[in-house]
Design a protein around this ligand. Structure first.
Ligand code: CA2
Length: 146
């Protein structure tokens, strides 16, 4: 079973700036940890990051028939991108949305996400460990253990 991990804009900067909001873990460390958890769970993960909406849409379309699920933190696109939401719907991917910060406790424009209504679940505000929890939850859901 293959699960895609999709990281949106500016998440490549994790661990370098704004640690008070986003923590000190780098994106490479998050991907490495997800690889270890995937091994434990007996699934495959592939990780992808882009700062470009169209590149994320292309990547999601390319997952059709290859991945069954996705963990996605679309960054700021989470609040606006119907294109990403449409691509996720079109490919039939079951996905969990992740946010490092608690978007529901931030500025009003961050409190709504256009991806959440199509998601299996949303993890927000738990920092980098949220990705691991999302992967565990998604695999449990996909294997009817959730
Ligand atoms: O809390 C999250 O995970 C967000 O998806 C992060 C996005 C933000 O636009 C969303 O509202 C919530 C921003 C990611 C920016 O990441 C940075 C990391 C380090 C330094 C600067 C930005």
């Amino acid at each position: 079973m293959r699960i895609a991990v999709l990281h949106g804009p500016n998440l490549n900067l994790l661990g370098t700036r704004e640690p008070e909001i986003y923590g000190s873990t780098t994106l490479a460390q998050i991907d490495e940890r997800l690889g270890a958890v995937a091994l434990e769970l007996g699934v495959d993960v592939t990780c992808f990051q882009s700062n470009h909406e169209g590149a994320l849409v292309d990547a999601i379309q390319g997952l059709a028939g290859i991945a069954v699920g996705a963990i996605i933190n679309a960054g700021a696109f989470s609040h606006s991108s119907l294109a990403i939401r449409d691509a996720l719907t079109a490919t039939g991917l079951r996905y969990v949305e992740v946010h490092i910060s608690n978007i529901f406790a931030r500025e009003p424009e961050r409190r709504h996400t256009v991806l959440a209504s199509g998601a299996v679940g949303v993890v927000a505000g738990l920092g980098a460990i949220g990705y691991e929890l999302a992967l565990r939850g998604l695999v449990a859901h996909l294997t009817n253990r959730g």
